[in-house]
Structures are given as C-alpha cells and as structure tokens.
Design a protein around this ligand. Structure first.
Ligand code: AMP
Length: 508
C-alpha cells in the first residue's frame, strides 16, 4: 500500500529543479527541497517515537519549514494538527489535552511558556526555527532535521486513514477536532486543481495563514496537485501583494483581502492584467465588493464555499457567470441539499433551509466526540453544516445566514459563547452578549454588550484589559457597549437579531 495522499502529490510533481515556492531575499524552494526537507522532518518524527496515527501538534509562525512539517507528518503516517498562532498557552492546553499529541512543535521564543502545557499532555516539546534566517535562532527540531537523512520511506496509509485534525470552535464553547482523512484532502485537491484550471505554469500569491483549511489545504494542496508554484508570503499586506501581483497568476483570499486591495490606489486594470484568477472564501464576499473589484480591474472574483469539516463544497464556475452574492454550484462529486432545519425534510428549490453536504470531501467525524458527530450526520451520510441557504433556478447556492451563531471577522471564526463566558467572569459583570456587526474591513466586527451589576463601575478598557490575557486577539471585541439589560423573548432567550439591528451602524 502506498501513502495515499503523499503518493498522489509525488506522482504529480514536476522535476526536482522546478520551483515550488519563491521566498524572501530571492530564495527559491524547489520541489527537490520539498522532497528532501519533508523527508528529513519525517525521519526526525520517527526518531522521536511517532507511530502511525499519532498526532503532531504545531503552533509556529508561517514559514516554508512549517509547511514541510505538514507533509512530513503525512509521510510519517501521523496526523497533522496545526494551531492558530494567536492562541494563548491557556487555549493551547485545551487542544493538547484533548488531542494528546506525541510531539508538540512551537516557535523557539515560546518554548518557556509552553513547556508545562506540552509536559501535561505527555507530548515531547520541540522548536522550529526558520532555516537560513540569521534573525531566528535555530530550533531543536530544525537542528535534528539538518542532521537527518534526506530520504524517507513513506509510511503506507489508506484513503480513510487520518491525515489531519483541524479544530473548529464549538457552539457550546468546547472546540471540536475535525478528523480529515487522506482521501478527504486528496479528493478536494484533485477537484479544485481541475475546476479552477491550475497547471504547472501557475504562480499563486499565498498570503493566507497555514493553520486553517483555506491556506493549508485549499491553497497548498491545489498547488501541489497541479505541480504549480507559489509566492509564499509571511502574511497579508496590501502593499506587498500589489508589489508581487505582476509575478503571480492567481490569488486566494478572504473577503478582507479584497476590501483592503480596493483601498489601494495601485489596484488597476494594468496592475492585474496578467492575473488569471482571484478566489474568495471563508466568509461572505459583499456583492458590492465583487462589483467594485470588477469595475476597477475587469476581474470577476470567483467565490467558493467550504468549511473545516467538509473542505470545499461549492464554487462559482471558472467559465461562465460568477454571480455576486452566491457561492456557485456543488463541486464535482459533492452533493448539496437544502432541508427543513426542524424536520430534516428536503425542501423545494428556492426555499431557504439547512445546507447539508455529502461526498468524499466530508470529514470522518469529531475527534473523541462520537455523540457530537452523530448529532451532525444524517443516517444517509449527509453532514448538517449549520449554514442556511437556498438554490436559485440556475443552480447557484446562496448562503443566507448561520444557524450556528458564528461570527466571522477578517476570515477568522469567533463563537460568541466563548467570549461571553470570559466577560461574565469579570467582577461586577451581570451578563453579556457578543454579536457580529457589519464592518467594512473585517466583514463582521466582534461586539460585546455588557450589563453591569448594580453599583459596579467599569469602562470598555477594563473589559478589554481582562480579555487580552485570556483570548486570542482576533476574538477580542472591537467595541464594548454598556446596557441596562439584554433584550429577551418570552422564553427568556436573548434576542441577538434585535441587538444586531439596534447597533447595525456602529462601524459605519
Ligand atoms: P471554517 O470552518 O473556519 O472554514 O468556517 C466555515 C464557515 O465559513 C462556513 O460554515 C460558512 O458559514 C462560512 N463560509 C465559508 N465560505 C463562505 C462564503 N463564501 N460565503 C459565506 N460564508 C462562508
């Protein structure tokens, strides 16, 4: 048996000298480097005692070496578990406690703060320094890899074996680990490379984080399956993107990328003339942004829809109309149906209901949460996404809301419950509600409405100071509003829709 995912990547690779990624300072990373460096890391993992099926948790800044850890984990038959770089040690402790990784890799500068967390979870702590960078001290894992052989016998893995676990925030406050198999990832990469016409000639401008499905799987696996190359950037910066666009053929971004680019005076027809494709996803792209981008550049942004648990489900067409405000039609091999959220009955075309998805892209369930998995899976294999939507007459899907109460800010998911729980711990707070309000730059801005106990005195800065040590930056409210009470319906439920309406113009 071959290694199902890496075997397909290997089969599609161009020659060893072909460029995989262009990095800063003129550094070129070839497909030969991809093979050699991922082999070195895979050897190190095996030396550290990693067995097939073991988890390898990673919280490191974006770098090409960090990306090689993903491929190395897959080659070693392990399960890759990337974690948002913004997570605090307290947040990390939950993930490592739940996933019990054999190895936990962090940035050299964070080893002190995370040593206990790793030890408690029974994981070996290793550090990853960015290679060839004089500013970054080499890490323990980097040192071991430099001394390890550059060849590795890939551990055999079948289509249903796990390749990765990506944590999604849980609606009840507990995060769930979405288990993704080799075929979940491979099937989606095959489909996307084909649907979006990626070839070896393509150069993707990669400015997304690599701890999330979008930058890690949609972007990187598509490039690997097409044998194409990337301009690999540490993060999104509008000036940086505008400077590099002339060397690229494609960009994948969250809607915030596009609103920021529209604010850049350099965004013109000429600056984007050689670009083949602009893709948007992870959050709704405003129809207004789509229209404005087309007016400025002549390019219709291709919007697609997916999620951590399912990879990509639907996409606007490469050829044919890309309709603003829709996410296109189901990708080849993916079935999407709209059901009545209460009864589960399939609804007629045109009606809004729960979006359900079935296909080789749909995950294997939540890590160690069989009851949660069962709650969100129908007996016939359809996954209940939690997103509400409808199909139009032409077969285009529109997403009209989120049943799961999720806030998406700058492409990141924030579950209100988690933020509310932290606010409610502050002395003097009676209760709170966290909502997402329309925000031109971030799509939605996290907003807290706080009710104080009688006699308590506190301002916005006090609330934010408390949350700053507890929550990742992207989860912090952009504004804190103080109120006398929260609006409730007769059943006692807080009426968030009414609150969103009352404060709709806050970020205008
Ligand atoms: P994540 O698991 O972080 O990728 O977040 C998935 C969620 O993002 C989905 O369930 C949707 O609610 C939302 N999402 C992704 N793509 C789109 C899109 N193109 N339009 C609207 N919402 C989207």
């Amino acid at each position: 048996m071959a290694n199902h995912l890496f075997g397909q990547i290997r089969d599609r690779m161009p020659g060893r000298d072909a460029v995989f990624a262009a990095l800063d300072a003129g550094r070129r990373y070839t497909y030969g480097d991809v093979l050699d460096v991922s082999a070195r890391f895979a050897n190190v993992f095996v030396d550290l005692g990693v067995k097939p099926g073991d988890r390898i948790a990673v919280q490191v800044e974006k770098s090409i070496e960090a990306l090689m850890l993903y491929l190395a984990a897959v080659r070693a038959g392990a399960v890759f578990l990337p974690l948002n770089v913004a997570y605090t040690p307290a947040e990390i402790a939950y993930f490592t406690g739940d996933a019990e990784p054999a190895v936990f890799v962090c940035d050299p500068g964070k080893a002190g703060a995370l040593g206990d967390v790793a030890a408690k979870a029974g994981a070996k702590l290793e550090t990853l320094g960015v290679w060839h960078s004089p500013d970054v001290s080499a890490g323990t894992l980097s040192d071991r890899a430099l001394a390890a052989p550059a060849v590795f016998d890939d551990v055999p893995r079948g289509p249903d074996d796990l390749a990765a676990i990506l944590y999604t925030s849980g609606t009840t406050g507990r995060s769930k680990g979405a288990m993704l198999s080799h075929e979940n990832l491979a099937s989606n990469a095959r489909v996307l490379a084909e649907a979006w016409r990626f070839t070896r000639e393509d150069v993707l401008l990669h400015a997304l984080p690599i701890f999330h499905t979008h930058g890690l799987f949609v972007a990187t696996n598509t490039i690997l399956f097409a044998g194409a190359s990337m301009l690999f950037r540490p993060k999104f910066d509008a000036d940086d993107v505008m400077r590099l666009l002339p060397q690229a053929t494609a960009l994948m971004g969250v809607p915030t990328f596009y609103t920021r680019l529209l604010q850049h005076p350099g965004l013109t027809r000429e600056a984007t003339a050689h670009m083949r494709l602009f893709v948007s996803g992870s959050a709704p792209l405003l129809a207004e942004t789509h229209a404005e981008f087309e007016r400025r550049t002549g390019h219709a942004i291709l919007e697609r829809y997916g999620m951590t648990e399912t990879n990509m489900n639907a996409s606007n067409p490469y050829e044919g109309p890309r309709v603003a405000g829709t996410v296109g039609s189901p990708l080849p091999g993916v079935e999407i149906r709209i059901t009545d959220p209460a009864s589960g009955a399939v609804l007629p075309q045109g009606e809004v209901g729960m979006i359900e998805v079935r296909g080789p892209n749909v995950f294997r369930g939540y890590w160690r949460m069989p009851e949660k998995t069962a709650e969100e899976m129908r007996a016939d294999g359809f996954f209940i996404t939690g997103d509400l939507g409808s199909f139009d007459e032409a077969g285009y899907l529109s997403i009209s809301g989120r049943g799961k109460d999720l806030i998406i800010t700058g492409g990141f998911n924030v579950y209100p419950k988690e933020v509310e729980a932290e606010i409610d711990l502050i002395e003097g707070v009676a209760e709170s509600a966290v909502i997402g309000l329309p925000h031109k730059d971030f799509g939605e801005g996290v907003t807290a409405v706080v009710v104080l106990k009688p006699g308590a005195m506190m301002g916005e800065a006090d609330v934010l100071a408390h949350l700053g040590t507890r929550l990742a930056k992207f989860k912090l409210p952009k504004r804190v509003i103080f109120a006398d009470d929260l609006p409730r319906n007769t059943m006692g439920k807080v009426q968030k829709a009414a609150m969103r309406q009352a404060h709709a113009g806050l970020y205008d």
